[in-house]
Ligand binder design. Structure first.
Ligand code: GAL
Ligand code: ZN
Length: 673
């Protein structure tokens, strides 16, 4: 997209106000006052756009788009597929979703459709094509937003047939499938593809490779549905970019598989602010932003966020003054080119009537929320030169959706909790404390751009990651891997001959056994003479991998149990690179000390080793400038010197004191120095 300003706006469900033209008119004035330059229209609008089958009512939308355009407000236009009109469900019951227990849903809710149903596909294609014909070249319309927060699965007969076809394409013969899934166990082998059914609580749930392939199929089928909608848009003549809005830590779909379908990523961010310390919530949100940005490695859009409290979290806490600004600028810091809200105007009825909005039921501009929204809009204008800039990261975390699916589904060493995301977040937190940008990769990505790659609990090795890692380390990369890595192949068959599969020589060790700990248990990693940090012992919980080393040197060893004295953390040299293998689920301090050491060794940080608690530093850059965001998510003001005197201040002033929730944006020229 060719943007010169940050996109600032959000979902505007105008169809709810068509009988109140004064309100619609006034809203536009309010938008302008708040510096809003965009609205997203059409999400869930199907019944207003096509009140009866084949009868299209687009005039209201056209008038609105014209009016917005006349006022300098652009439009992201959504296709209406995420909720369907009653007539469609009544006329064609096949469009309603079938659950895993094989019961068909009644009409209602949203995301309640079969994405395989030929009728559903035909109907959505018709309306999408018409929307594209009518609005695809309208100068106000910049982007297509396909459906909304795609999610869920359908187990109807169409979906079963599509799944069987998908399997046949993948495995060619049923013998191949039986072998890949190890179906001979419990006599579950199939004689032909038509016998295979999707996982069900009434039937097969424990064949992990079936579950895994079903998840892959659901992703592919959902992507196919998006491709179908995109095709209709293109047939209607529009060449505008398309996106889908993704969700927080959503594992129902492998979002990476959408990357060739969309022009940019967008996502909806609803953190539960003020429940725990804001700095924790901020870290969690930062990770999600980085995950989203890393999918296409370019700026994304924050498609939705809430101006104040949502109405669906267990407690609808108001955003404290300043939180909206901090959260919005955090998205920008991590690579967003927009701040958008759900919603511009609050509904009067139905399920989201109490959800926070830019314009609430009172309907005036003299509200705290409106004032804060306006301030954010004005800040975005002040830093608009950042639009389109990149994020450069020298460190990355491998966080693979398919591996996570398999690991979390397996009956394994710790069915009461693997603490996978906790482990990922400990690494992430440690890197962020060093002020580093972090990319979040999956196994299909290249590793060559990074100085250090972290691979926490990489249970499944797929798509040749063994070879990629070997080459990466050989050529000078640093790899940090943990216990429970390289255990299974792509169809969840355990690797024979020792793990981590095909990396034992690279890591200089073999994992022999994995001990799981009860919640109340812990052990310690005790420093050997080779260990560098001041702290000499670290607590560990949940998992203790018992390894035998070959070439690796021991940096920490277990303190107790029958494996006292066994290595708990080791380092190995391979080719020009180094590997570290973490045997146990260590406390945060361990990761902090490790990352500090690695970052120093690789000289990755130009200005600061270790940030004050609560401070986040993030950078974006163009060919000519680097932008440094310094944000305080702590509850205390923090004294901090300008990290580097070659930076000047773009937003927020600098007096060495950063108030809670405050953000400073600095800029430095990169050329001509
Ligand atoms: C999102 C959804 C929006 C709205 C919002 C409320 O998940 O896309 O339509 O429901 O949540 O927070
Ligand atoms: Zn279906």
């Amino acid at each position: 997209m060719d943007q010169t300003e940050f996109i600032y706006g959000g979902d505007y469900n105008a169809e709810q106000w068509l009988d109140s033209p004064d309100i619609l008119k006034q809203d536009i004035e309010y938008m302008k006052a708040a510096h809003i330059n965009e609205v997203t229209l059409g999400v869930f609008s199907w019944s207003t756009l096509e009140p009866q089958e084949g009868v299209y009512h687009f005039a209201w939308l056209e008038n609105l788009i014209n009016e917005l355009y006349a006022n300098g407000i652009s439009v992201i236009l959504s296709t209406p597929s995420a909720a369907r009109p009653k007539w469609l469900a009544d006329q064609y019951p096949e469009v309603l979703r079938v659950n895993a227990d094989r019961s068909r849903n009644l009409f209602g809710g949203r995301h309640n459709h079969c994405y395989t149903s030929p009728v559903y596909r035909r109907k959505i294609s018709q309306i999408d094509r018409k929307l594209s014909e009518r609005f695809g070249k309208h100068p106000a319309v910049t982007t297509w937003h396909i459906s909304n927060e795609l999610s869920g699965e359908c187990h109807c007969s169409y979906c079963q047939a599509a799944f069987q076809e998908w399997l046949e394409k993948k495995y060619q013969t049923i013998e191949n499938l039986n072998k890949a899934w190890n179906t001979i166990f419990w006599s579950h082998d199939y004689q032909n593809f038509a016998q295979v059914e999707s996982p069900s609580p009434k039937g097969e749930m424990m064949l992990h490779a079936l579950n895994l392939d079903w998840k892959r199929f659901v992703t592919d089928q959902t992507a196919d549905f998006v491709a179908w909608e995109k095709k209709a848009i293109r047939e209607g003549g529009s060449t505008l970019p398309v996106t889908i809005n993704m969700m927080y830590d959503f594992t129902g779909l492998n979002y990476r598989k959408f990357k060739d379908l969309i022009d940019f990523v967008s996502w909806d961010n609803y953190p539960v602010w003020h429940k725990e310390e804001e700095k924790k919530t901020a870290l969690d949100t930062a990770f999600q932003h980085d995950f989203m940005r890393s999918i296409l490695k370019k700026p994304f859009l924050l498609m939705e966020s809430c101006p104040t409290a949502t109405n669906w979290q267990s407690v609808s806490k108001l955003k404290r003054p300043g939180m909206l600004r901090a959260a919005s600028l955090q998205a920008i810091a991590h690579g967003s080119d927009s701040v958008q809200y759900f919603q511009i105007r609050q509904s009067r009825g139905a399920s989201e009537k109490f959800h926070g909005a830019v314009i609430d039921h009172y309907g005036g501009m003299d509200t705290r929320v409106f004032r804060e929204v306006t301030e954010v809009g004005s800040d975005l204008l002040k830093i608009k030169e950042i639009v389109g800039s990149d994020t450069k990261a020298k460190v990355a975390i491998l966080h693979d959706c398919e591996s996570r699916w398999a690991m979390e589904d397996a009956q394994g060493p710790r069915n009461k909790g693997l603490h996978y995301m906790d482990t990922v977040m400990k690494m992430y937190a440690a890197l962020r404390k060093q002020g580093l940008n972090v990319d979040i990769l999956d196994m299909e990505d290249e590793l060559t751009d990074y100085e250090i790659v972290f691979a926490p609990m990489l249970y499944m090795f797929r798509c040749g990651i063994e070879e990629k890692i070997r080459e990466y380390v050989k050529n000078g990369g640093t790899l940090v891997m943990t216990y429970w890595s390289g255990i299974v192949n792509e169809t969840d068959l355990c690797h024979l001959g020792g793990t981590p599969h095909q990396l034992m020589d690279v890591l200089g060790l073999r994992s022999m056994e994995l001990d799981a700990l009860y919640d109340q248990e812990s052990n310690y990693g005790i420093a050997t003479d080779e260990y560098w940090a001041e702290k000499k012992q670290y607590e560990c919980r949940n998992f203790c991998d018992l390894i035998c080393t070959d070439t690796a040197e021991t940096l920490l060893m277990y303190e107790k149990d029958f494996y006292a004295g066994y290595p708990a953390f080791v380092r190995n040299q391979y080719g020009n690179g180094k590997t570290y293998y973490i045997c146990a689920d260590f406390e945060q301090d361990f990761y902090d000390d490790l990352c500090r050491e690695l970052v120093k060794e690789k000289q990755l940080n130009e200005f600061v080793y270790g940030l004050p608690d609560g401070i986040e530093v993030t950078t974006r850059e163009t060919d000519t400038h680097r932008y440094l965001f310094v944000q305080n998510f702590g509850r205390e003001a923090i004294r901090m010197e300008l990290p580097d005197t070659t930076y000047s201040v773009l937003l927020g002033g600098w007096n060495d004191l950063i108030e809670p929730y405050d953000t400073k944006v600095l800029v430095k020229k990169l050329i001509g120095e």
